[in-house]
Ligand binder design. Structure first.
Ligand code: NAP
Length: 236
């Protein structure tokens, strides 16, 4: 897709990656609508782009996710891409992470992004893109992150199936699976404490690669062993 002039909904624009991605896309000429859960943080994020609409959603309310999509499409006269860049993480041994936390991760990391994409697929034209931040844990589940890994693998599986459904209709599906990045995400866990991790990769490098991947209609972005973002045109 051509990002210059593209109408893009960035969901989770209040986060480090979502905010950086909004800046990258705007820098490439995209028209944005920003979505987030917190009205005050969202207004601050949208303030960087005068005239950019901002919509609030609640991850536990799929209708609110669909409304955000329809509102964005109505406001921009169509929708060429939806990117979800929000999520939650929890750490700890599987037997200590409670059912409530596991349910939270599934609601926020799977059901909410899926609600955005489901609505987007009803309004998108051929040539459009849906893209989601999953993470390397989707393919390499990590100890003390069983529920987080499972949630990202579930979202990745959903994207993989939908990609096969929509290829014939010209809708592109991008799965963004970076390794650990220096955003502070791990320090904002909803439960538990992050295990020691190597220094995170550069978020700005990843968002530039996400924009490249969108422009190339690529299906997968992953991190090489040294952290370099790698864009793969076709997911295997
Ligand atoms: N950082 C990494 O190492 C890494 C690696 C691979 C994948 N990812 C994925 O990238 C995404 C963004 O992470 P980040 O690194 O940018 O972290 P971040 O700065 O903490 O951003 C997290 C975003 O998720 C939103 N969020 C959290 N809980 C939510 C909820 N219950 N409902 C709605 N929104 C919620 C936050 O909203 P508020 O601003 O309102 O808190 C924020 O916009 C996540 O899905 C994460 O799994 C991160």
């Amino acid at each position: 897709m051509k990002l210059d002039g593209a109408r893009v909904l960035v969901v989770g624009a209040t986060g480090t990656l979502g905010g950086a991605l909004a800046a990258e896309l705007a820098g490439r000429g995209a028209r944005l609508t920003l979505a987030g859960r917190d009205p005050a943080r969202l207004v601050r994020a949208a303030g960087a782009y005068p005239g950019t609409p901002a919509v609030v959603f609640d991850a536990y309310d799929p209708e609110s996710c669909a409304r955000a999509v329809h509102g964005a499409a109505a406001g921009m006269g169509g929708l060429d891409a939806v990117v979800t860049a929000f999520g939650a993480v929890a750490f700890g041994p599987a037997n200590e992470v409670g059912d409530e936390i596991a349910e939270h991760l599934m609601a926020v990391n799977v059901l909410a992004p899926v609600a955005f994409f489901r609505a987007a697929l009803t309004v998108m034209e051929p040539g459009s893109t849906i893209a989601a931040l999953t993470g390397v844990v989707a393919e390499r589940p990590q100890p003390r992150m069983a529920d987080y890994s499972a949630s990202k693998a579930a979202l990745s599986a959903w994207l993989g199936a939908v990609r096969r459904e929509t290829r014939a209709h010209g809708i592109h599906v991008l799965d963004i699976r970076p390794g650990h990045l220096d955003t502070g995400f791990a320090d904002r866990a909803v439960a538990g404490t992050a295990p020691p991790m190597p220094p995170g990769g550069d978020p700005l490098r990843v968002v530039a690669a996400v924009a490249d991947a969108m422009e190339a209609d690529a299906e997968l972005l992953r991190s090489a062993a040294d952290g370099t973002p790698v864009v793969e045109r076709r997911a295997r």
